[in-house]
Write a protein that binds this ligand. Structure first.
Ligand SMILES: Nc1ncnc2c1ncn2[C@@H]1O[C@H](COP(=O)(O)OP(=O)(O)OP(=O)(O)O)[C@@H](O)[C@H]1O
Length: 240
């Protein structure tokens, strides 16, 4: 297993944000985590990335026990993490941002080659010299994705990569991610159903801190329990 959690809990005061989650991710899988507001997705994500400690239970990532690991230790295992907090060097160019990220895992000439290849992959070669602060929201997200992927992670954890994007940007993000799949495993927390439909194979639906169902997007969309949990709001719309 690439990721495995057993009886994972996280409580805040009296609230169980994550309540006994048994989750498994196999090599090469791309899994989207969905669920209504407050379902526990972000808390679960933060438990995986080491931003939060579990109240109970175990986590293993890439064969290591990471239950009490710090984010930097998890990242060193070969895990690429994109949180909702921007992680860009605003005054530096797109190329410089990618170069700095590539330096974490590449040396010498290979660093430049990896950064240049990623510029092409994210289709921003024509903006290579532009300071990141001058880019559109979508372009900034793609630079961040590039920064995560240029270090060749074995597992990629993304928290709402399509948030705030236009429909065209969402589609392009899905396409870029497909291109950068290779044999990597992904866990993606996402609200945007248009994006999830575009990219997901299997989805995990969270509800009240638990896994309600895990299945293909088609099966999940027509699942009555899931529809009720969402109050029928999400599945008819592209954007939330
Ligand atoms: N730091 C915290 N302190 C107290 N309660 C928290 C904290 N973080 C999350 N919670 C609570 O835990 C529950 C799950 O929240 P979480 O943010 O994980 O849900 P979510 O599925 O990610 O929701 P959203 O889609 O709105 O981001 C909610 O009831 C939330 O209020």
């Amino acid at each position: 297993m690439i990721v495995e959690t057993s009886d994972l809990w996280r409580t805040f005061g009296g609230v169980a944000a994550v309540a006994g989650v048994n989750f498994k991710l196999e090599p090469g899988e791309l899994r989207c985590l969905i669920g209504s507001n407050g379902a526990g997705k972000s808390t679960f994500f933060k438990l995986l990335t080491g931003q939060l400690r579990p109240s109970k239970g175990h986590i293993s990532i890439l064969g290591r026990q990471t239950t009490t690991s710090q984010p930097f230790e998890i990242s060193r295992l070969g895990v690429g993490i994109k949180t909702q907090v921007p992680n860009l060097f605003e005054g530096l160019s797109v190329r410089e941002n990618l170069h700095l990220a590539a330096r974490r895992t590449h040396a010498g000439k290979a660093t430049r080659l990896a950064a240049e290849a990623m510029l092409e992959d994210i289709e921003l070669a024509d903006r290579a010299g532009a300071p990141v602060r001058e880019l559109s929201h979508g372009q900034r997200q793609w630079v961040e994705l590039g920064m995560v992927l240029v270090s060749e992670p074995k597992l990629v954890l993304l928290d709402e990569p399509a948030a705030g994007m236009t429909q065209a940007e969402v589609e392009r993000t899905a396409m870029l991610l497909q291109r950068m799949r290779k044999d990597r495993a992904f866990i993606i927390v996402e609200h945007d159903m248009h994006f999830v439909r575009n990219i997901a194979e299997r989805v995990t639906v969270f509800h009240r801190g638990r896994i309600l169902v895990e299945d293909t997007m088609e099966a999940v969309t027509s699942n009555t329990e899931v529809r009720n949990a969402y109050l029928g709001q999400k599945f008819g719309k592209s954007h939330e």
